[in-house]
Ligand binder design. Sequence first.
Ligand code: IPE
Ligand code: IPE
Ligand code: MG
Length: 245
Amino acid sequence: MTGATLPQHVAVIMDGNGRWAKARGQARIQGHRKGVERVRDLVAACAETGIKAVTLFAFSSENWRRPRLEVRLLRQLFLFALEREIPKLHENDIRFSAIGDIAAFGAEIVRRVREAEELTRHNQRLHMTIAANYGGRWDVAQACRCLAEEVKAGRLAPADISAESLEPYLSMAGVPEPDLFIRTGGEQRISNFLLWQLAYTELYFTPVLWPDFDRVQFDLALASFAGRQRRFGRTGDQVEAAWRA
Ligand code: IPE
Ligand code: IPE
Ligand code: MG
């Protein structure tokens, strides 16, 4: 085996809640509620195995296109989950962050998110990030806007703009890029998640619906990751030689 066997950062598109509920003759929100339980399990599993960061896609900038009732119930669920889970995260030395344009969810959510980030900012065991009203294109665009302000203020020359100079302005600045990406629910697409940061991430797709994604399923994803060779543009022989050295 070549390369690290345990990912340091796992990014997840939690998909399939609606279909899970529909298959049981329940309202879609029941699938989302079950999904929150799986988030709790996954975060615990990450902390136990020694993974250092987990980033979860909870609501995309395109999810506003959903029926108003579902959007409203998702917002309530977000608020409820924040209230109930943040103290437990803090007790377990887990840092909480949110990325995305969360102002659109209203002042109460913004206040609670900022309080949670402040409360947990020095926690070391695991860094959990929730992407809410997040879009990868939005993220790159807002980073470009910041760079443009730097240029306008005379602090940066256009010729000095590079991938490295853009990175500090991205929402995930300071967090190493995801090593493993997991998407549940059968779809094999990125759906405007972390576009920039997924450049060299190992992708794992499973048909299992998010409310059924338990520890056994997570271990399968980790095993798949452990069996891969990450080359970052090099040849397989180069990677193996570096590993032996
Ligand atoms: C993912 O599950 C959760 C959110 C997008 C909020 P879905 O709600 O997309 O579930 P499906 O894809 O309709 O089954
Ligand atoms: C992606 O799921 C976003 C989240 C899980 C929050 P969607 O269900 O919205 O994705 P598409 O529309 O099927 O691509
Ligand atoms: Mg979906």
